[in-house]
Design a protein around this ligand. Sequence first.
Ligand SMILES: Cc1cc2nc3c(=O)[nH]c(=O)nc-3n(C[C@H](O)[C@H](O)[C@H](O)COP(=O)(O)OP(=O)(O)OC[C@H]3O[C@@H](n4cnc5c(N)ncnc54)[C@H](O)[C@@H]3O)c2cc1C
Length: 410
Amino acid sequence: MSETASDKHIVILGAGHAGGRAAEALRQAGHKGRVTLLGAENHPPYERPPLSKELLAGAIAHEKTYLHPEEWYAEQGIDLKLGANAVGIDRKARRVALEAGGDISYDALLLTTGARARRLPLPGGNGKRVFYLRDIADTLALREKLTEGVRLAIIGAGFIGLEIAATARKRGVAVTVIELAPTPLARVAAPEIGEFLATLHRGKGVDLRTGLKVTAIEDTGSEVRVLVEGGEPVVADYVAIGIGAQPNVEIAQAAGIEVRDGILVDEFGRTNDPAIFAAGDVTRHLNPLLGRHVRLEAWQNAQNQGIAVAKAIAGSGAAFAEVPWFWTDQFEVNLQMAGAPDRWDRVVWRGEPTEPAFTLFQLLEGKVVAAVTINNMRDMRFARMLIQSGKIVDPAALGDKAVKLQDLVR
Ligand SMILES: Cc1cc2nc3c(=O)[nH]c(=O)nc-3n(C[C@H](O)[C@H](O)[C@H](O)COP(=O)(O)OP(=O)(O)OC[C@H]3O[C@@H](n4cnc5c(N)ncnc54)[C@H](O)[C@@H]3O)c2cc1C
């Protein structure tokens, strides 16, 4: 990687979580050359998990989510340009064009453009009473509306939708969640976990309606009516939509970088252009532990892939190879999930879903491919080790709380 040696100019496009950590890691890896960090938002890099939790609840100020205060970047010799939306990449000239005019040349370019909230492609999906949640501005706009007694309809019972539901209930909001699938989290978790969360939310007063297809959102001027196929409309004051995220790949795609629902990269974050790398939510990256490419939307992936790829650019990197890990907090439940399985052939319970804490393992051909802990983070470390080891495990021992998980890892 001679073109990325220590005196070269590294441009990071996307000042989010991955971009911020990558800039930091470049300096930590001893990169002495210029580092420019371009961000479309007006905030320095920040962590998004609190956006649907503590920040939406009003428990913290938005600055609390920042990785570092804005002035830290100048102190590190990192040229942080905020409100700087990049609109094009000229790979031949190695230049990034900015919407405000002008362009910036690079020796190496790291794309950390993240993802955006998927819009509901239906009539009314972008109305005045409709909210999405991806950035600080979205959270502050929604938070203002979530006052005692307000009626909120949430479309989508994925992580974001359920976290908004839990936070809104804590603020005294009347919440109805509408989900197309028969259980929450159908895209990412075992149905058993979806059932568990459905019971949790219903027990907290959330009106969770599954198996319902939304056809349109009507704004009457004073309220909204969410129309559903074959059922009564859901009437609310506001609607929040959480139907997944879409990677911001367009700028890379237009430049001829290979994209497959995510910028395609290897375990070092390398694209098909030797001067261009990518990290974070925007990537479909090779995970050597899983032996396949995955696109993840998770804090751990943003942070650690950002760091790993920055080090690779600085010439001191190892492959990014971690068991995918994610968490969510809803009401008093901390859920952690490891693995990214596309299939499994059995589940093993360690504990019962009626207990305050338990773990569910997903197995394929005798090997643990995923695990979900509910208020049981102690199990998570060993669950990840089991997934990574690829060992055949005895399901009876796995489900027996008298057997220590660490003994199964050995
Ligand atoms: C509400 C919410 C709650 C979450 N909760 C959890 C959780 O509990 N646990 C968990 O593991 N994960 C959670 N996540 C996921 C996690 O926050 C993301 O995986 C992480 O933020 C991804 O980081 P990133 O840097 O790849 O992308 P982002 O954080 O999206 O950053 C990308 C940045 O690039 C900028 N950008 C894009 N295009 C351009 C351009 N052309 N020019 C300039 N700038 C550009 C964007 O404006 C953005 O600021 C949550 C996400 C959200 C939205």
